[in-house]
Design a protein around this ligand. Structure first.
Ligand SMILES: Nc1ncnc2c1ncn2[C@@H]1O[C@H](COP(=O)(O)OP(=O)(O)OP(=O)(O)O)[C@@H](O)[C@H]1O
Length: 112
């Protein structure tokens, strides 16, 4: 089982969510976050002076999928979230040791 965390542009949330639902991703947690990558925020002019906005609003989508689903999940996110412009985001994949569905006690792949 793998955790797939994707940081994406906020306006892409619906597209990515719909694309993931279509391939059978059954659950996820979504948070409003702020961050920067190499993009390092952007400069804004305010009353003639330039200010750097360090953190830009992003959406973090957090889902755990079976090992068989990882590649398809990642490629679906990439396809749906990409604009080709700076700040499109990043995907982090990591191992998950255990999942427990609280209501039934089911574990691991059965609890996804
Ligand atoms: N190394 C990192 N660790 C944790 N979060 C990161 C990391 N890099 C990027 N992020 C998160 O992903 C968001 C989007 O990253 P961003 O697309 O700006 O990365 P990038 O590497 O600069 O790529 P690009 O050149 O496409 O802008 C950031 O705002 C931040 O929230």
């Amino acid at each position: 089982m793998k955790r797939v965390e994707a940081v994406i542009k906020p306006f892409k949330l619906e597209d990515v969510k719909d694309a993931l639902a279509e391939i059978g991703v059954t659950g996820m947690t979504v948070s409003e976050v702020k961050g920067y990558g190499r993009q390092k925020g952007h400069s804004e002019l305010y009353r003639g002076a330039e200010y750097v906005v360090d953190f830009l609003p992003k959406i973090k989508m957090d889902m755990v999928v079976s090992d068989e689903m990882v590649d398809q999940t990642v490629s679906t996110i990439v396809e749906a979230a990409r604009t080709g412009k700076i700040g499109d985001g990043k995907i982090f994949v990591s191992d998950v040791d255990k999942i427990i569905r609280i209501r039934t006690g089911e574990e691991d792949n059965e609890a996804i």
